[in-house]
Design a protein around this ligand. Structure first.
Ligand code: ZN
Length: 413
């Protein structure tokens, strides 16, 4: 946890746009706010889309702390999954070495971008023993069922699936109809055509061991490995309790991942909702397409850092876009961010400036309004422009504003 300066004045209540209700809702919770954000699958380096997501939830943590909350932030790492195994196989490396390398690079990138680390950062692999009993419970309670796995390494082995038809609230996160769900299910890790499933949308909870794949003890489920969605449901339940106040991730996780983990989490906990608010980061594109590993159109944080780009300029380029909107990355945005950073540095290095209290209030108000970072940056621009053109006679103003930029926006000058 880095040192976060105190900012004078008081902070307004933080509101976020909840995907499930479509409403702007206050972030609930008492003194303590729980935030669960879905982490990376560590098979490739951090691109701008990931960076935007983790900077957004870093911003949320910062404004919640500023408004007096104690933030409990948990993030997982999907360090066992099909894409990781496929990439390791393609590159001829051990999947564990690939994961270890990419996790280390991710953490380096996050540190450079001044992202405050989560309180708990949990790998799926280390957590597998804690998934088995909940899956067994889902089976025992009738939420899940077995499907024979004739291609498994052992005769009579079974895969386990969650029965979405048992859940009256299924669909309450994404509000997609069945055809909308089926459209993205397969592309995002689902297996609609698996023979023996009751419903094409049923999600895998436990996969029996296949030859050539890693395996873990699954108790009565038999040896194998967990499905993706149950991991987040169990980690959130174990480490934060359900409902969490905020469940976060990119918009590509709304369905199936957040819909399914919410369904699993409700089934396990009996809670009527998995999260007080589902907050989603828009997709970052390049050349008109979503930035993604499968398309190969990535701008990597680590590449920019290697090229000598100031990580604070990368952070400012991300903050210049509202988190809820999709946007297209252009190199010009980095140039503009660097210019903005230079202007701010110059304005804040003077002996005094215009009184900054209103600017700090404006930053707080913008961020409390669904993390409107572009509006917060505009407020700083106005102060900087005044300071550079007309000066100011408050000797404490640059210090106050500098601390606010550090604490609230995570921008260190
Ligand atoms: Zn997740």
């Amino acid at each position: 946890m880095p040192f976060i300066p105190q900012v004078p004045g008081s902070a307004p209540e933080v509101r976020v746009r909840d995907t499930a209700s479509g409403e702007l809702v206050p972030v609930a919770g008492g003194d303590s706010v729980t935030v669960y954000v879905c982490g990376i699958t560590p098979y490739d380096a951090t691109h701008m889309g990931h960076a935007a997501t983790y900077v957004t939830f870093d911003l949320l943590g910062r404004v919640l702390r500023d408004s007096g909350h104690n933030v409990r932030y948990v993030q997982n790492i999907t360090d066992i999954d099909d894409p990781l195994l496929e990439r390791a196989e393609r590159d001829g490396v051990d999947w564990r070495d690939l994961a270890t390398r990419e996790i280390a690079l991710f953490r380096e990138d996050m540190t450079a971008l001044a992202v405050i680390p989560p309180d708990e950062y949990l790998g799926a692999v280390e957590s597998i023993p804690t998934f088995v009993a909940p899956i067994e419970k889902l089976v025992a309670d009738g939420w899940a069922y077995a499907v024979p796995a004739p291609d498994a390494s052992r005769e009579g082995a079974l895969d386990y699936y969650f029965d979405v038809a048992k859940d009256p609230r299924f669909g309450s996160v994404s509000h997609l109809d069945e055809s909308g769900m089926l459209e993205v299910f397969e592309e995002r890790g689902g297996d609609p055509d698996r023979v023996g499933k009751r419903n094409r949308l049923d999600a895998l909870l436990w996969r029996a061991h296949r030859e050539g794949e890693p395996e873990w003890d699954g108790g009565s489920l038999g040896s194998g490995r967990p499905g993706w969605h149950i991991e987040c449901a169990c980690i959130a339940l174990d480490h934060l309790g359900v409902p969490v106040d905020v469940q976060g991730g990119g918009t590509d996780l709304v369905f199936p991942h957040h819909e399914m983990s919410a369904a699993h989490g409700r089934a396990l906990s009996g809670a009527s909702s998995f999260a007080g608010a589902f907050v989603h980061q828009g997709m970052v594109g390049l050349d008109g397409e979503k930035m993604s590993k499968s398309k190969g159109n990535l701008v990597l944080v680590s590449t920019l850092r290697r090229e000598g780009v100031d990580p604070m300029a990368i952070r400012l380029a991300l903050l210049a876009r509202h988190h809820a909107h999709d946007w297209i990355w252009h190199d010009d945005q980095l140039v503009e961010a660097q210019q903005r950073l230079d202007t701010w540095r110059k304005a804040l290095s003077g002996n005094g400036g215009p009184v900054a209290d209103q600017t700090v209030d404006d930053i707080r108000a913008a961020l409390a309004d669904d993390l409107d970072s572009p509006r917060a940056l505009d407020a700083v621009d106005r102060w900087a422009s005044q300071a550079l053109t007309r000066g100011g006679d408050d000797p404490g103003a640059p210090g106050v504003l500098g601390r606010a930029l550090d604490a609230l926006l995570g921008v260190r000058l």
